[in-house]
Design a binder for this molecule. Structure first.
Ligand code: ADP
Ligand code: PAZ
Length: 428
């Protein structure tokens, strides 16, 4: 994967690295396409019925185990916030819980308001379902507190010091558990959890909400705080299980969610294009949060966490703050947009004087990230923007390389750890 290095509008949204089989199949041949699409679409049927959707789909036994993974294909992406960070949270209340998860009985999860939370290492993502099909009768019966919460969340886009509603991500006309309404996406710094709990208490949430579906490490870390401060129980769902379900949910409700870059290798010609994610399995999912988890996904309920790296979004932000003195992600990205990593990194041509032809390494390829920064004259001439850009390129290139290595290892290493992966990937 090549990450844009200059003159491009950055957003840190590399979350899904799709290694898809859009290219000609290699030996052995996969089934003919009608069979593939019927099989691959089978997850949609069960998904739709779980969500109570009326749309028709092909219902067949799910088995995508013969699908190859094309290692040469370009990665595809989902918009960062809606489908990735937030998907854990909204899938929590759209999906049935894992059998091992203790879910409260009765109406605790069914009564409004409906919230889902993903409490990550950096950001907490809160999803609120606003019912839009409230009958006059229901409106009369609606408790004052519930109405106030609804109004407070939907009329504002900033809450407390760091709370922010991403209005551009809002999903309207969504059907969940036979109710129709909008999904609102709110985020705040996880370090602000204390303030969030105070605000929740102040708005009367504690009197109305007894259980909230939650994913992410913070669902464990803050469980007791929720109980003690707002008398709320957390129904915990695993973040990676729900991540996959959330992606499928988002794609089902918004077919333009998944995209890739055409001509990705040429930044001037590269163009964002919609990607058809209707036949998704198998794929490699790279979930870039504070750290990075890499999953091989074979079906909605069939995946493995095959690798990870501690060099993730948190590293980009942390290093940028250290190197440039910036204090927010937005600032870091702004700086990176204007910088030039070539003033910081050592390129192949800085070493070879041009391309390293024998192994196909172009002169413009980064040979050594930050490789010029040991030289005083280079150090004094770089800008904060260049340093931010080089940090972004370092982190994203590294994630891309690891993701690709994971796929390649799957082709060549036949260990038990990789058993399913190898089985699903007919390696030539
Ligand atoms: N507004 C923001 N504030 C902080 N980090 C952000 C923001 N927008 C994007 N990010 C990036 O996203 C990363 C967090 O991603 P996320 O998926 O929410 O991870 P986590 O679940 O670990 O909190 C940060 O480390 C940062 O690189
Ligand atoms: C521990 C995590 C799953 C937590 O998820 P996050 O809050 O970063 O989204 C993730 O940070 C991770 O996979 N870190 C990499 C650990 C490793 O394999 O080196």
């Amino acid at each position: 994967m090549k990450v844009p290095t200059r003159n491009s509008k950055y957003s840190f949204n590399l979350k899904i690295f799709k290694l898809h089989n859009d290219k000609k199949p290699t030996s052995p041949s996969p089934p003919t396409s009608p069979v593939i699409s019927a099989k691959r679409n089978s997850w949609r049927a069960s998904w739709r019925s779980a969500l109570g959707s009326k749309s028709k789909s092909i219902a067949m036994a799910s088995d995508s185990s013969s699908d190859p993974i094309d290692l040469e294909a370009e990665p595809v992406f989902f918009e960062h916030s809606r489908c990735n960070s937030y998907c854990s949270s909204y899938s929590a209340f759209t999906e049935l819980p894992h059998p091992a998860i203790q879910i409260p009985q009765g109406d605790e999860l069914m009564s409004m308001p409906w919230f889902g939370m993903d409490i990550g290492g950096t950001l907490t993502k809160l999803v609120y379902f606003e019912p839009k099909d409230i009958t006059p009768d229901e409106q009369d019966r609606e408790a004052g507190i519930l109405r106030n919460i609804r109004r407070y969340l939907t009329k504002n886009s900033a809450y407390g010091k760091t709370g922010h509603r991403d209005t551009h991500l809002q999903m309207d006309n969504v059907e969940i558990r036979k109710r129709r309404g909008s999904l609102h996406f709110i985020r705040f710094q996880t370090t602000d959890m204390g303030n969030f709990l105070s605000l929740a208490k102040q708005k009367g949430m504690a009197e109305l909400v007894t259980t909230v579906c939650a994913t992410g490490g913070g669902a464990f870390k803050f469980e007791q705080d929720f109980r003690d401060q707002v008398n709320m129980k957390l129904a915990k769902f695993d973040e990676l299980d729900t991540l996959i379900k959330g992606i499928l949910f988002a794609d089902l409700h918004n077919r333009t969610e998944c995209y890739y870059y055409e001509n990705a290798r040429d930044i001037l010609k590269s163009e964002k294009q919609q990607f058809n994610f209707s036949q998704p399995f198998p794929f490699i999912l790279v979930n870039v949060g504070s750290g990075v988890s890499i999953l091989a996904v074979y079906g909605p309920d069939n995946y493995k966490r095959i690798s990870g790296t501690s060099l993730g979004g948190g590293t980009f932000l942390g290093l940028c703050c250290l190197l440039t003195g910036c204090t927010s992600f937005e600032e870091a990205i702004q700086l990176a947009t204007k910088g030039d990593n070539r003033k910081v990194d050592k390129l192949v041509k800085d070493i070879y004087g041009g391309d390293y032809n024998r192994f196909g390494l172009p002169g413009d390829l980064v040979a050594s990230s930050f490789g010029q920064m040991h030289l005083n004259d280079k150090r004094v001439s770089v800008s904060r923007e260049d340093l931010a850009n080089a940090t972004l390129v370092t982190i994203t290139n590294n994630i891309g390389s690891i993701a690709r290595m994971c796929a390649l290892n799957g082709r060549s290493i036949g260990s038990s750890l990789w058993a399913t992966f190898c089985e699903l990937t007919p390696f030539p």
